[in-house]
Design a protein around this ligand. Sequence first.
Ligand code: CDP
Length: 253
Amino acid sequence: MPLFCDGIFFICYFLLSFFCWIFATMLPKIIITIDGFSSCGKSTLAKQLAKKLNYTYIDSGAMYRAITLYFLRNNIDWTKEKEIHTALQNISFEFLPNELSGNTEIYLNGENVEYIIRDLVVAEKVSEIAALPEVRTFAVAAQQKIGKNKGIVMDGRDIGTTVFPNAELKIFMIADEAVRVERRFSEMFKKNPNVTLDEIKNNLALRDYIDSNREVSPLRKADDAIELDNTHLTEKQQLDFALRLVKKVCEPV
Ligand code: CDP
């Protein structure tokens, strides 16, 4: 008898999962953009949302960081347009899944640079390089190509305004500055115990300033973006909030 019940349970479970899967694949795939200041928790939310929805997560900031890494390693003089132009021609990106974490990671010319691009040496220069018009044109074109088939969650600074102005769902994340600094500090301290709170604080302030004041695609909330302040929210609360928004957008009224 218990064996019989187990069998019934297994079949019901299988059928239920199958219909849920069919239902999920029938829902229209959309583009979800998540923009905001440094260390607002954009990537945490974007990764979890992508996993839940079976979407691809793309970290647009990783592209700017990878370009910066390339420029630094190859001593590119980014005050010279011709040098920038040639350097960009030699850069290619790929986002490939990490089987262990289930997240996508960035490859620069075939090398996995996901870890090294988070270094403070890169963070100190990235906003200056991301403000260069030619760099932006290059990165935005790559981002738009990746989003062609929808089913993506992309985070950054100008995703809802410039990269995908017609995205079905746009979220703009904010959090108190002290909380952002603390979050980034504890993340960086695990990698490098010599890093100081002041270094992190100054880097976030500098990047936010450059990102908000550059000429091309400055960081700003798209008019149709929904603001999410996660200063006092847990990861689960912010994910639930975003999932409710997805449901509203995707489900027929
Ligand atoms: O994770 P965090 O908030 O520190 O930054 P990130 O997403 O890794 O982005 C690093 C830098 O890339 C930002 O400070 C911006 O200067 C630039 N960026 C950008 O200009 N546009 C984007 N869509 C994404 C990042």
